[in-house]
Write a protein that binds this ligand. Structure first.
Ligand code: URA
Length: 492
C-alpha cells in the first residue's frame, strides 16, 4: 500500500490516512509512505485517488469509531506535530508504526525506553533545535522593493521542514517590516498583513550586504567580551555549519585569537570605575535593632539589603549559603566570586568545581553539607570588562560577620570547616595562619562548635602546575579528616 502526501508537513493529511489505515487493520510493514515535495498528487491508498482529503473523506464510515477506539495520548499527537517536520523520509512510517503499536500494545505508553519512541523524541528534539537556530541566525538585509518600499530579505538553510512552522514567529517579531526568508526548499514572505509561502530559492538570490550589516558587525565586535569567552559553548550554540550565512562569523576567529591577550591587558590595566552602583535598599529590611533573622529567607533578604560596607552596592546580589538545615558540617569560604555573584549560589565557579571534585572523590555528597561564605557580597575591581576578585578588607569582613553568625545559628551544624584564612578568622575571631593550624579541630568558639581549618580551593588553583598534585592530595586528607572526625570533635 502506497500513501503519498502532497505536502510533507501536513499533519492533518497524515493523521487522516493513518486513522484510515489503522481502522482497516493495515499493519505498518504493509504501508509505504511518501511525503517528499517532488512530484505529488495521487494517493493509491485503498485505491482512492488524490491525497488531500479525498481519501480521508471517502473513508469507510467505521473510521471515526475506530479512531475513538484507538484514542492516543495527547503527547503523541504533539510528538507527531514535531516529527512530521523532520527531514527523514522514514518519519511517516515511524509515526504510523508507533500509532499502530499504541493501539495494539497498551504497555508501550508506559515504556520510556522503547526504541521507536526514543527515535521519535530525538527527531522532535532535532526539529526544535532547528527552529531555535533559525530564530537565532536569520539575518535580514535591507533591499528596495519594486513597490518603492523598503523590504528585508534573509537567506537561511534549515535542516528540516520548519519554514511554515516558524513563519508565525517571524511575523510576530517583525510585524512592522515587509520581509522574506528564502530557503532552498520553501520561501516565506510577510507583507505586513499576511504570510505567503512559495517554492524554494537559489542561494544566489540572497541579497548583497547592506549598511546595516556593517553596523551589526561593529556592534558584535563591541559586545564580544573576551573575559567571558567559552569556545566550546560558543561552538555548541553556533555550530560551524551556520557560519557561512552569518556575517559575524568572519569576526569569530580574529576575536577569539585576540581574546587571551585582550583579557590579560584588562587584568593589567588600572581599575575602572564601576558603571552601576546599586541603590540603597529599604532600611526596614535590615535588622537595625540587632535582632537576628528568623529564618534563612529573612537572612537572605536582609543580607541582600545590607549596605554596612561599600561592597553590597557593587555586587549583583548577596550570596548566602545553601544546604540542609542541621547539616553535620558547614563549610565556609571567603566570599562569592564572579560566577557566584551572577548565579546567586555559593561555590559554582572554578573554586567550587574543585571542591566538588574533591568531595566526589571522597564520596561526600555536596548536598549533605551546608556551604556558606564569610562575606556575603562579591568584592571586585573592574578592569575593562573583567571583574577582578579583591579580598575584602578586615572592616568589611567584620561588618559581614553577623550574617555568618546568624546563618550558623539557623543551620545548627555540628562542625565548621574553614576554607582559607578569611573564613578561619571569621569563625575563630582571630587571625589564623592556615598552613600552621590546618588539619585539626580547634575548640575556641563560644557556641562550642569545633572549627577545622584547611586551605581554600582557590589557593590550590593558584599553585604552579608542579606543586598542585601534592597540595591537592594533602587537602583531600584534610577534608577526609574533617568529615570523619566531627563526632569525636564534638565529644571532645
Ligand atoms: N570562593 C569562595 O570562597 N566562595 C565561593 O562561593 C566561591 C569562591
Amino acid at each position: 500500500m502506497h500513501v503519498r502526501l502532497d505536502d510533507p508537513v501536513d499533519l492533518d493529511a497524515f493523521r487522516r490516512h493513518a486513522r484510515q489505515l489503522l481502522a482497516a487493520g493495515v499493519p505498518p510493514d504493509r504501508v509505504e509512505w511518501n511525503g517528499e515535495r517532488a512530484g505529488g498528487g495521487a494517493a493509491d491508498l485503498f485505491g482512492e485517488s488524490g491525497e488531500s482529503g479525498e481519501a480521508g473523506d471517502a473513508a469507510p464510515s467505521a473510521a471515526p469509531v475506530a479512531a475513538a477506539r484507538h484514542a492516543v495520548p495527547a503527547s503523541f499527537v504533539a510528538l507527531c506535530g514535531d516529527v512530521v517536520l523532520h527531514r527523514d523520509p522514514q518519519r511517516f512510517a515511524l509515526l504510523y508504526r508507533l500509532l499502530w503499536r499504541l493501539a495494539h500494545e497498551p504497555a508501550l505508553r508506559h515504556d520510556p525506553l522503547d526504541a521507536d519512541m526514543l527515535q521519535a523524541q530525538q527527531m522532535a528534539k532535532a526539529v526544535h533545535r532547528d527552529i531555535h537556530k533559525m530564530r537565532a541566525f536569520v539575518r535580514f538585509t535591507r533591499v528596495a522593493g519594486d513597490d518603492g518600499l523598503e523590504h528585508h530579505v534573509a537567506w537561511f538553510e534549515p535542516d528540516h521542514h520548519i519554514v511554515e512552522a516558524n513563519a508565525p514567529f517571524f511575523a510576530r517579531r517583525f510585524a512592522q517590516m515587509r520581509w522574506a526568508i528564502l530557503t532552498p526548499e520553501r520561501c516565506v514572505e510577510w507583507n505586513g498583513q499576511a504570510l505567503a509561502f512559495g517554492e524554494g530559492a537559489d542561494r544566489r538570490e540572497k541579497p548583497p550586504p547592506d549598511a546595516g550589516e556593517q553596523l551589526w558587525l561593529t556592534y558584535y565586535e563591541h559586545i564580544f567580551n573576551p573575559a567571558r569567552l567559552k569556545v566550546a559553548m560558543m561552538r555548541r550554540e553556533m555550530p560551524r555549519r551556520y557560519w557561512h550565512n552569518l556575517p559575524e562569523a568572519a569576526l569569530i576567529q580574529p576575536l577569539t585569537d585576540a581574546a587571551q591577550a585582550r583579557s590579560q591587558s584588562m587584568i593589567d590595566a588600572p581599575p575602572t570605575v564601576a558603571r552601576r552602583i546599586r541603590a540603597p535598599i529599604a532600611l526596614h529590611l535590615r535588622p537595625a535593632d540587632g535582632t537576628a533573622p528568623a529564618d534563612l529567607a529573612e537572612l537572605r533578604a536582609a543580607a541582600h539589603a545590607c549596605r554596612a560596607c561599600p561592597i553590597g552596592a557593587l555586587a549583583t546580589q548577596a550570596v548566602c549559603g545553601e544546604g540542609p538545615l542541621a547539616a553535620q558540617h558547614m563549610l565556609v569560604g571567603e566570599q562569592p566570586g564572579d560566577q557566584e555573584d551572577l548565579a546567586g549560589r555559593p561555590f559554582v565557579g572554578p573554586a567550587g568545581q574543585l571542591l566538588d571534585r574533591a568531595m566526589a572523590q571522597l564520596g561526600w555528597a555536596r548536598d549533605t553539607v551546608y556551604l556558606a561564605n564569610a562575606v556575603k557580597h562579591f568584592k571586585y575591581e573592574l578592569r575593562g570588562k573583567r571583574r577582578i576578585h579583591k579580598t575584602a578588607a578586615q572592616r568589611e569582613a567584620d561588618a559581614c560577620a553577623h550574617w555568618l553568625d546568624s546563618e550558623i545559628s539557623l543551620v545548627r551544624p555540628q562542625g565548621l570547616v574553614a576554607l582559607g584564612a578569611t573564613a578561619a578568622r571569621a569563625l575563630l575571631g582571630r587571625p589564623v595562619a592556615v598552613q600552621a593550624e590546618r588539619g585539626a579541630w580547634l575548640h575556641e568558639r563560644r557556641d562550642g562548635r569545633p572549627v577545622f581549618v584547611t586551605l581554600h580551593p582557590s589557593a590550590l588553583l593558584r599553585l604552579a602546575d608542579g606543586e598542585r598534585a601534592e597540595a591537592y592530595a594533602r587537602w583531600l586528607d584534610d577534608l577526609e579528616r574533617a568529615r570523619g572526625t566531627v563526632s569525636a570533635a564534638i565529644a571532645a
